[in-house]
Ligand binder design. Structure first.
Ligand SMILES: [Zn+2]
Length: 140
């Protein structure tokens, strides 16, 4: 079973950028808003003048959940895994899988960045890597 995301005409530039190792979002030429998911018009001002450009990868966890039951056999070996809804520094929110972090150690408010990562199935996806928290200052 193919579990790779299926691009359509609107989202194809997003996936082309990901395959090239870049993180790019649609932007509105009229009001400069970054847009995700991709669309035909700006959700803020309804302009159809949209263009793609790379964005900063920083983001903050807005919500998180841990997947413990596989809806598809293809992801059973990855259980459990964390999924987050992040607020990108560029503005929009995006759902991403978390890498390099125990799923139960993901918290709302965690900072991190979107990374372009090849998963265990060989699929190149944007995923979320949480920054280590700053070291605590010694108590006095
Ligand atoms: Zn706009």
């Amino acid at each position: 079973m193919n579990i790779a995301p299926q691009a359509d005409a609107t989202s194809q530039p997003f996936w082309d950028a990901v395959r090239a190792g870049q993180f790019a979002l649609q932007h509105c030429a009229a009001c400069a808003q970054a847009i995700h998911p991709p669309g035909l018009r700006c959700p803020a001002c309804r302009s159809a003048e949209l263009a793609w450009r790379p964005v900063e990868t920083g983001a903050t966890v807005y919500a998180c959940t841990v997947v413990r039951h596989a809806a598809l056999d293809a992801v059973k070996s990855a259980l459990p895994y964390a999924i987050v809804l992040v607020t990108l520094d560029a503005g929009p929110r995006m759902v991403l899988n978390v890498i390099d972090r125990a799923p139960d150690d993901v918290r709302v408010g965690d900072r991190g960045q979107v990374v372009i990562h090849r998963n265990a199935h060989g699929i190149v996806l944007p995923q979320f890597q949480i920054q280590d928290p700053p070291p605590r200052s010694p108590s006095t």
